[in-house]
Design a protein around this ligand. Structure first.
Ligand SMILES: [Zn+2]
Length: 246
């Protein structure tokens, strides 16, 4: 059976002499493992569309639960990412997160859309990459079922909180005076978190933050991902190593 679907190449592994095994987030089948025969051969028509972080229209041949790529047409390569090693590394981290959260064979258009919008935002280059990272991390956690309850103090129920604290494990906020536990959450970071968890997906990156509040938001969103989705991500370590050395 042939299937035509849009797919984002999350990861590629070398296979045999000239082939690739791709991990693809597709619009119609969720996450798939796809064999791309001869994709590394010189002049292969599959070469462009099978690069990491390429979005392509894929024609797949499916047999007994295995998928082979027969045709691929590149829709976008997110060129802005390929011009900047740091942004490409960050995009690769987004891909690893999407892979961690996506289900095999279960379509999740909202997840694909979240991933693509994050890559567009990074690729266009007019947004603060660290804020794109923070917003993507937190919103991804929401879609994976770990939405933090940041709307009001866990104890007194007030939305306008004095000296709020964020509990990474519990994903809750509480005023210090109410006996809250966790990390100090500047008001600007709290407002940004509320925006990220509840805004229209199209507005996800439409916020600004600077100074210590920005720093805290970034460290908390990353900490939240590591606490709820996994202990470590190889691509995140790589991105951080670049930031230190550049
Ligand atoms: Zn309170």
């Amino acid at each position: 059976m042939f299937i035509k679907t849009a797919g984002l190449i999350l990861r590629r592994s070398l296979y045999k002499e000239s082939s690739l095994v791709l991990t693809v987030l597709t619009s119609s089948q969720g996450k798939l493992t796809v064999l791309a025969r001869g994709a590394r051969r010189k002049g292969s028509k599959l070469a462009a569309a099978t690069q990491t972080l390429a979005l392509a229209e894929l024609t797949l041949f499916s047999q007994k639960g295995r998928f082979t790529l027969t045709e691929a047409r590149t829709l976008t390569l997110f060129e802005g990412l390929r011009e900047d090693i740091e942004r490409f590394a960050l995009g690769s981290y987004f891909a690893e997160l999407l892979e961690a959260v996506a289900d095999e064979d279960l379509p999740d258009p909202a997840l694909l859309s979240l991933g693509l919008n994050a890559l567009y935002a990074l690729s266009e280059g007019n947004r603060d990459p660290e804020l794109v990272k923070a917003a993507f991390e937190l919103r991804l956690c929401c879609q994976a079922g770990f939405e933090p309850a940041v709307g009001a103090c866990q104890v007194c129920g007030r939305q306008a909180m004095a000296d709020p604290l964020f509990d990474l494990q519990g994903g809750t906020v509480a005023c210090r005076g109410c006996g809250g536990q966790g990390v100090t959450l500047p008001q600007g970071a709290l407002a940004a978190m509320r925006h990220i968890v509840s805004c229209d997906p199209k507005k996800l990156y439409s916020f600004a933050l600077s100074g210590p509040a920005r720093q805290r938001l970034c460290s908390l969103c990353e900490g939240y991902v590591l606490t709820h989705l996994g202990e470590s991500f190889r691509t995140l370590d790589y991105y951080k190593s670049l930031k230190v050395s550049l």
